[in-house]
Design a protein. Structure first.
Length: 261
C-alpha cells in the first residue's frame, strides 16, 4: 500500500529467543527523523495490539527476549509501528512464522541452534554485525540537490548519506577461515595499491548480511568489510545460515569509529 512506508516485515527463527524481526522502509520515503519503531503483538489482525519491544530509533531489526505461545491456528500476529516527526504508520500484520509453517520454522530454529553450538564449542568467535544503511533520515552532509555525499569521513553517516550510517550492533557467533583470494586496493594515502587478504566467515542468518556491512571481531578488536554474502542453508527461500567473504579494514579507516562516538 502506498500509504504504508514499511515495505516489508519478515519473521525469522532465532535459535535461542524465539523470533527475529527485520523490516524495510520504502525508497523515497522522506519524513523527518528520527524514525522510531516498535514491534507489536496481537491475538488477531484487528488487535488488540501491545508493545513487545522497546522504542527502536533508526533500527531495522530486533530479536525477542523470550518465546511467545502460539498454536496451530496462528492466533498470534505481529506488526511494526513506525513513528516519525509527522505521524504514526503501522505495517501490515504478519503471522508468527512469516513465510514458513510452524514445523518448518522449528526445523529452521534447530538448524540455527546447531550452527551456533558448533561455533561456540569449536573455532567460533563472538562478533558484532553493523549493517550499512540503505535507507533512513538523510544526513546533513548529503547535498539536497544532487544527492551526493559531500563528506566521505562524516562522523554521523560514515559516507553513506544516511543518519545513522550503520545499524547495530547485532551480536552473533561466527566461524572464520582464511580465504585464498587476494585483492588489490588503493591505500588511504592514495599512494599506490596494497594487497588485501580476504577471509571467509560462516554465521546464522538472523541478520542477513550484504556488501559493505561491517563485522567486528570482539576478541581481536579487528574489523572487516563484507565483500560478498550468500545463503548456504535455507527453507523455502528463507535464509538460515550464510557465508560471506570479508576484507580486513585498516585501523585508520572511519569504520573503526562506528559505535564508538
Amino acid at each position: 500500500m502506498a500509504d504504508l512506508p514499511i515495505a516489508r516485515v519478515r519473521v525469522l527463527p532465532d535459535y535461542g529467543r524465539g523470533f527475529a524481526f527485520t523490516w524495510e522502509v520504502a525508497g523515497g520515503f522522506n519524513d523527518p527523523g528520527p524514525w522510531q519503531f516498535i514491534v507489536q503483538m496481537a491475538p488477531s489482525p484487528e488487535g488488540d495490539w501491545r508493545d513487545i519491544s522497546p522504542i527502536l530509533t533508526n533500527v531495522y531489526a530486533w530479536r525477542s527476549t523470550g518465546p511467545f505461545r502460539t498454536n496451530k491456528e496462528f492466533v498470534l500476529y505481529f506488526r511494526v509501528l513506525m513513528r516519525t516527526g509527522n505521524t504514526i504508520y503501522p505495517s501490515l500484520p504478519v503471522t508468527p512464522y512469516g513465510d514458513l509453517d510452524r514445523r518448518e520454522f522449528l526445523i529452521g530454529k534447530d538448524v540455527m541452534r546447531r550452527e551456533v553450538l558448533h561455533s561456540k564449542n569449536l573455532a567460533g568467535v563472538e562478533v558484532d554485525l553493523w549493517s550499512v544503511s540503505t535507507w533512513g533520515p538523510r544526513c546533513d552532509c548529503k547535498d539536497p540537490v544532487t544527492g551526493h555525499v559531500r563528506d566521505s569521513n562524516c562522523k554521523k553517516c560514515f559516507g553513506t548519506g544516511f543518519n545513522p550510517g550503520y545499524h547495530g550492533p547485532f551480536p552473533v557467533w561466527g566461524s572464520f577461515s582464511e580465504n585464498n583470494q587476494h585483492t588489490l586496493e588503493h591505500n588511504q594515502a592514495g599512494a599506490g595499491l596494497t594487497e588485501q587478504k580476504n577471509f571467509q566467515m560462516r554465521i546464522i542468518a538472523a541478520v542477513p548480511l550484504k556488501k559493505n556491512d561491517v563485522v567486528h571481531d570482539k576478541r581481536s578488536g579487528k574489523r572487516y568489510y563484507v565483500q560478498q554474502a550468500a545463503s548456504v542453508a535455507e527453507i523455502r527461500r528463507v535464509p538460515l545460515v550464510q557465508a560471506c567473504v570479508l576484507s580486513e579494514i585498516a585501523t585508520t579507516d572511519p569504520a573503526y569509529q562506528i559505535g564508538v562516538l
